[in-house]
Design a protein around this ligand. Structure first.
Ligand code: ACM
Length: 546
């Protein structure tokens, strides 16, 4: 493994003669502010190599040491997430612009040791562990480099989420957006409203195959994270310099909550007490009622969410809120008149604005899917632009922050190959190369407007992914391409060297193997992945949706 093989590619990397050999005598010397990364590195490399990497004797450590330092010179040049890594035969010196920079540099250091450095125990006796001589200077293009995991459609147990955090960190991704609530399940314990998980976390059966398929798996599905689980996830993420952004989706995508607390729905339109957690996919018209009681209910929910998640950004969803019930609801129509609003879109905007002010008063920032632009964007809101670039462009031009995640490019639930043996029956084809050529900043933005693009994230919706292997298969290897797009300063889309990325991927597949990732190999699904029931419920008889 050489510095030229790194993924994501480093900003500047030069080879230099010689190697630094790690052995029993190598010390890991942590300067002020770097103890946490030293612990992480000692744990990760200690497991893979069996070497102790004992602490040095502080600044007195001489000779064959790996030194971690925070360096304000690096901060000035490369920012707090930047780092400079120098490897020569006598020493490894990793200088970060801040604790995060040291941590990302440590990720590079591990990658330079080769795929075996990602294993949990040594597999080769007497292996020589050596780092190639190099000078690397690196820093991320974007501050928001993320993955959204939909843990609502299919619950992903806590251990799987923790494992995903490790996978994100290994690729220098720093945001995990957790889609915690939807029509088909509520996945976070809220002490004030236990019904949200007692009732809302479970659905009686699950539709499988293509959206139009007549097939249901007739067994309950569900699960949720306790508040302690969430605290653990957030704390584990923080150690990896990852922010967990919670999403509580309102006012649409709320049927699981309404099934638990029927008074949240439009009771003057339908009998909401007859609703259950939804057992189908798509968009339901059962949305929250625009009443003060509903606002108070969700304020109490968000109160607990804020206690658990330190993230500045809190996601309120806002997508795909059908307005049919509001159009028929005397309560909603009275509200529209009382507030002097133009229509139901403006009523949704009123709903979102309420939580924008509410979050702002508590020192947080609201972020929502680009439908929150309909009826006027709340003053402090940031936008996740998913229906293409348009919402993000409008928002950035109006001075709002944006995370670019257009469905057409970075929705990893879409199939990655058109082949008949591709096991996931959803959406159009988006290949590894398509994701690699994704450009988060639309050329038509001015420099000032472009600064509002915080970054990008891939979104993994899990209607057809009922377990970790399915999520892995959809996310990888495309998430690796997204990581490079988010971190590295790549040329314009058409000029990107995909052949070089593929060359580096040929090494990186070994890393994914060591990490136990069930990725899609470049030649197509592995035989075991094709087997129905192993990667996905059977799909026979369901039309491919390409
Ligand atoms: C979305 O895909 N509904 C945000």
């Amino acid at each position: 493994m050489t510095p030229a093989d790194l993924i994501p590619a480093a900003r500047v990397q030069r080879g230099s003669p010689g190697h630094f050999v790690l052995d029993e005598a190598t010390v890991l010397d942590a300067g002020p502010g770097t103890a946490a990364t030293a612990r992480w590195l000692r744990g990760a490399l200690g497991a893979a190599t069996g070497l102790p990497l004992d602490p040095g004797t502080g600044d007195g450590a001489r000779g064959r040491a790996v030194r971690l330092r925070i360096d304000t010179g690096v901060t000035d040049e490369l920012g707090p997430e930047g780092y400079r890594l120098r490897v020569d035969t006598e020493a490894v010196t990793l200088r970060g612009g801040g604790p995060a920079g040291v941590f990302w540099g440590a990720q590079t250091l591990r990658q330079l040791l080769g795929p075996e450095a990602f294993r949990r125990a040594p597999v080769t006796a007497d292996r020589r562990w050596a780092l190639p001589g190099t000078l690397i200077e690196d820093s991320p293009r974007f501050g928001w480099r993320g993955l959204m995991l939909d843990v609502a459609r299919h619950f992903l147990p806590k251990d799987d989420v923790l494992r995903y955090l490790d996978l994100l960190a290994a690729h220098k991704l720093n945001v995990l957006h957790l889609h915690l609530t939807d029509d088909q399940g509520w996945r976070i314990e809220i002490k004030r409203y236990p019904g949200l998980t007692e009732t809302g976390a479970w659905r009686p059966r699950t539709k499988y195959g293509h959206r139009a398929s007549p097939l249901w798996e007739e067994k309950p599905h569900g699960g949720y994270y306790t508040q302690d689980d969430i605290r653990e996830i957030v704390a584990y993420a923080a150690r990896l310099h990852i922010t967990v952004v919670p999403e509580i989706d309102i006012p649409g995508h709320s049927q699981a909550a309404i099934a638990a607390y029927p008074e949240l729905g439009n009771t003057d339109v339908i009998d909401t007490s007859a609703l259950s957690v939804w057992d189908n996919w798509g968009i339901t018209e059962n949305v929250l009622a625009p009443t003060d009681n509903v606002l108070r209910f969700y304020e109490a929910v968000f109160d607990e969410v804020l206690d658990l998640f330190p993230s500045t950004y809190v996601h309120v969803g806002g997508d795909e809120c059908l307005k049919d019930q509001w159009r028929r609801s005397p309560t909603a129509q009275t509200r529209i008149k009382e507030l002097g609003l133009a229509d139901e879109d403006a009523l949704q905007s009123w709903f979102i604005r309420h939580f924008d002010s509410w979050l702002t008063e508590r020192g947080r920032r609201l972020i929502g899917w680009d439908e929150i632009l309909q009826g006027g964007l709340a003053p402090g809101a940031a936008v996740s632009s998913w229906r293409g670039y348009a919402g993000g462009i409008t928002a950035a031009q109006a001075g709002h922050d944006v995370v670019m995640c257009p469905e057409q490019q970075v929705y990893l639930d879409h199939r990655q190959h058109g082949g008949a043996d591709e096991p996931v029956p959803i959406g159009f084809v988006r290949t590894l190369e398509d994701v690699y050529r994704f450009e988060p900043v639309p050329p038509r933005l001015t420099d000032d407007q472009a600064r509002h693009v915080l970054g990008t994230q891939a979104n993994v919706w899990t209607e057809v992914m009922e377990n970790r292997a399915r999520v892995d298969y959809q996310a990888f290897p495309r998430l690796v391409a997204l990581a490079e797009v988010a971190w590295s300063s790549l040329p314009d889309s058409a000029e990107r060297d995909f052949a070089d990325f593929e060359r580096r991927m040929s090494v990186h597949y070994g890393t994914l193997d060591a990490l136990g990732v069930d990725y899609r190999p470049s030649g197509g699904p592995l035989p075991w992945q094709r087997r129905p029931g192993v990667l996905g419920r059977p799909i026979e008889g369901t039309p491919p949706n390409v």
